[in-house]
Design a protein around this ligand. Structure first.
Ligand SMILES: *Cc1c(COP(=O)(O)O)cnc(C)c1O
Length: 505
């Protein structure tokens, strides 16, 4: 930070601009406004905080957090009656609030489904906010609406959907699932006892979306998955037949294209056959795995996805965008309009005809942020070849991690790696530990990783067994990041095993 800029930035509260009796100063900004020079300085200061943070990421811990009481003591207060220096406020946010969150874009953040936004994507959100776009209708935002059409059309072609397919950008995968179930139910004629099917590996967003949509709890069916964590198709067929016989009306099946636990992809072709034969809506939850489709390997893995009636994607996961941006695509975009379009009098001026869509007619939200800009700006800046390489890199590193795990004398691979998720546990081949002991050892290892290592990973349960899990989707992650993290697991694993050995003797 240069001294010069430091001086220019106001460090005391602004004078009261409209004192009693005084003529308002036409030059001075009014309430909630700032002079242009200060605006620029503050924007620059924010940018400096961000660039500094990104530069330091590899040296920082992947996780940082604080307890409630500590934060209460610092921040629980009435809002101030008078303002103070904006610079101080920005610095306080940068030093005392924002660091206390997981660094999801850290090259060693492997927990849950992390992500790494591109800088043009971050700037696009800033620009969209600064231009104050409300991406609701064509009348209100024609440029942004058009760009959303452009981006949706990119996705449509990547997926292999026909013309006439369409959709909208959503806050994320949860909203996409919700909108999909509304469209499915509408397309199926809103029957009594509408019943939906998902697997025991489906993301919690799916049962939650079903509940919000008003599917009865006894009409949300969880189908068992097979040994590769894909929905068991025989079990699905049996359940649908039983339900029809018992007076339920099956309406939709939700397939996984990349489960959050293991990256498993359901048998999409077979599910499409089944749903066509049964007259069911097929929704594919591809929130995590969908953007693998930009690569050749991903295209092979996701074959059949184009037969689904709808698909949910998350660009804030494997398409390197800042939160929030997901997407719902429908094979026939009219299914969305039929489910969502309502034309209130107060918006009567916004109807411009069929070539001028109002995105508010496709889903839940009226006021919407301009999400397409970040996707468009980052793709324009880096080009698709760079995006393809970045997605491929996640898959390659995961495959390499799997090889490492399989070669390790003390680690056991727990999934066949698909996409970018590696599940494994400490379980030395030459020791005969029971499940209870393994559970304890691996929980200890996870806790050690959490407190003693810069990397962050999370866990999941597979067939009742506690397993460690790494999800590799960050464009900045290197093989050294992955290898050193696995080495730390081995080290902590050896410690935990020797302690377990001591306590049992
Ligand atoms: C992340 C995720 C979701 C939920 O998406 P949000 O963007 O968090 O709302 C749903 N399904 C899968 C498979 C996911 O990975």
């Amino acid at each position: 930070m240069s001294d010069k800029r430091e001086k220019k930035i106001r460090t005391s509260p602004p004078p009261n601009r409209e004192q009693q009796g005084a003529k308002p100063d036409v030059e001075a900004p009014g309430d909630l406004q700032m002079p242009p020079e200060e605006m620029l300085d503050l924007a620059h200061r924010v940018a400096e905080h961000l660039v500094e943070r990104i530069g330091k990421l590899p040296q920082d811990n992947a996780w940082e957090g604080e307890f409630r009481q500590v934060l209460d003591d610092q921040f629980l207060e009435e809002p101030p009656e008078d303002g103070r220096s904006a610079t101080e406020v920005i610095d306080k946010a940068a030093h005392d609030i924002l660091p206390y969150s997981m660094r999801l874009d850290h090259p060693r953040c492997f927990g849950f489904v992390p992500s790494s936004p591109t800088w043009p994507g971050v700037l696009a959100d800033f620009m969209a906010a600064g231009y104050h776009v409300n991406q609701c209708t064509w009348l209100v935002a024609s440029g942004p609406s058009h760009l959303e059409l452009v981006v949706i059309d990119w996705f449509r072609r990547w997926i292999g959907y026909p013309e006439g397919a369409g959709g909208l950008l959503t806050s994320g995968g949860s909203a996409a699932s919700l909108d999909a179930f509304v469209a499915a139910r509408e397309a199926m004629g809103h029957p009594e006892r509408a019943t939906v099917y998902m697997s025991d590996q489906s993301h919690s967003a799916l049962p939650r979306a079903s509940i919000i949509v008003g599917i009865r709890r006894d009409c949300i069916r969880t189908i068992a998955s097979d040994e590769h964590f894909r929905m068991d198709m025989d079990a699905l067929a049996r359940q649908v037949a039983e339900d029809r016989a018992a007076g339920f009306t099956p309406i939709a099946v939700a397939a996984n294209a990349g489960t959050t636990s293991t990256g498993a992809i359901d048998r999409l072709e077979e599910m499409a056959e089944f749903c066509e034969a049964e007259g069911l809506w097929l929704h594919v939850d591809a929130a995590y795995g969908g953007f693998a489709i930009v690569t050749e390997q991903g295209k092979r893995l996701l074959r059949g996805i184009e037969r689904a009636d709808s698909i949910g994607l998350d660009a804030h996961k494997w398409f390197f965008q800042p939160y929030e941006v997901g997407c719902l695509l429908a094979k026939d975009e009219n299914t969305l309009k039929r489910a969502f379009a309502i034309h209130p009098d107060v918006l009567q001026d916004t109807i411009w005809g069929k070539d001028h869509p109002n995105f508010a007619d496709y889903g839940l939200q009226l006021s919407r942020s301009f999400r397409a800009l970040k996707i468009w700006m980052s793709v324009q800046t880096f080009g698709m070849a760079a995006f393809r390489r970045a997605v491929s890199k996640g898959m390659e590193l995961s495959a390499q991690a799997e090889e490492y795990v399989r070669a390790s004398p003390i680690l056991e691979a727990m999934n066949i790696v698909s996409l970018g998720i590696v599940c494994f546990r400490v379980n030395p081949a030459d020791e005969d530990l029971d499940e209870e002991a393994l559970d304890k050892v691996n929980r200890t290892v996870l806790a050690r990783m959490f407190w003693d290592d810069r990397a962050f990973m999370s866990s999941t349960m597979l067939r009742g067994q506690f397993v460690l899990r790494m999800c590799i989707v960050n464009y900045a992650t290197t093989w050294d990041d992955v290898r050193e993290t696995l080495e730390a697991v081995e080290r902590f694993g050896k410690d935990a095993l020797s302690k377990a050995g001591q306590s049992s003797t």
